[in-house]
Each structure stands twice: as C-alpha cells, then as structure tokens.
Design a protein around this ligand. Structure first.
Ligand code: FES
Ligand code: FES
Length: 182
C-alpha cells in the first residue's frame, strides 16, 4: 500500500488549562492525554509506566480529581483544568510542601513513580484525612500508585507528616498545600 492511500488522521482542536496556563492543541482522537501532556505540551513530569491503568505513574488532577492520564483520550479532556507535577512547585523553584516532605523522608529512589504519588497525595490531603489514621489506612489511600524501589515506608512517613502538619493548620484555606501556580 502506498502512503498516498493511507488516510490522514483527522485532528481536532482542544483547549486545556494546565497548571493555570491555557493551551490549544490539535490532537488525533486516539491520542492519550498522557501522550499529549508529554509530547505535545512537553510536560514530561507526568510519567508513563504500564499505560493501562495499573501503576499510577501518570496520575494528574483533572477538574480537581486524580485520574490516570493513560486511560483518558486527550479529546475527552477538552475544556478541562489539569494539575500536573510541574504545577506543584512555586514559580521561583521553591518546592511544594508535599515535595519537601518526600525529600525529607527519603520517599523516592529512582523517582519514576514520584510524580504520580505527589499528585495523588495532593488530592488525598484535600480530603482532610484524620491525623489518627493508621499506616495501613494511608497505604490503602495511596494503593493506586505502585513503587518498585522504596518499600513505601518513606512514602507513608512523608504523607503522615503532611497529615499531621495539616491538622495543626487552623485555617480552612491551607495556603501551604495549594499548588505553586495558584
Ligand atoms: S501509566 Fe497510567 S496507570 Fe500506569
Ligand atoms: S522510587 Fe523508583 S519506582 Fe518508586
């Protein structure tokens, strides 16, 4: 078959707001959101591991909810607001408190899973988890993300420190836990 007989895939225009920045992109209907984030918008902090919804490495916030970007077509995200790991740190480079906690508690080794854990932890903290939560309950809350390196101990310790810090914060706004771009 010559190239001339291969139909050109039709691209659709979509609009996404990612980390507070408006983007317009032209995507084929089959393109995954994870691939558009990485290859079209060049936001490579969102990692792709299994590409079928198991590992959680591709977790991003979509309209405030954690989703697996490898399980959503980019055109399904049209008009949506996304938070990726690039949106956590302050524009001046100051790490987000969640990133600082992961650093302090040695919650990463190779780092491949880390962006997904950071975003899922961000979403988890928005639910105001109880400071009396057990390690097992924290592990269950983060069970959608897999890590092959750490044994999870440092991740649980980091998340626990964040839950405890949040419980000491008397304000509802929790300014320290908003994303860097906000
Ligand atoms: S790459 Fe999406 S869940 Fe593994
Ligand atoms: S730090 Fe390597 S997979 Fe989690």
């Amino acid at each position: 078959m010559s190239n001339a007989s291969v139909p050109t895939p039709e691209k659709r225009q979509i609009h996404l707001t990612v980390n507070g920045v408006a983007h317009t992109a032209f995507v084929e209907p089959r393109w995954l959101l994870s691939d558009v984030l990485r290859h079209t918008l060049h936001l490579t902090g969102t990692h792709v591991g299994c590409e079928h919804g198991v590992c959680g490495a591709c977790t991003v916030l979509f309209n405030g909810e954690p989703i697996r970007a490898c399980l959503m077509f980019a055109i399904q995200a049209d008009g949506g607001e996304l938070l990726t790991v690039e949106g956590l740190a302050h524009p001046d480079g100051t790490l987000h408190p969640i990133q600082q906690a992961f650093l302090a508690h040695h919650a990463l080794q190779c780092g491949f899973c880390t962006s997904g854990f950071l975003i899922n932890t961000y979403a988890f903290l928005q639910t105001h988890p109880s400071p009396t939560m057990s390690d097992e309950e924290i592990r269950t809350a983060l069970a959608g993300n897999l890590c092959r390196c750490t044994g999870y101990q440092g991740i649980v310790a980091a998340v626990r420190s964040l839950i405890q810090a949040q419980s000491l914060d008397a304000t509802d706004e929790m300014p320290a836990l908003t994303a860097g771009g906000e």
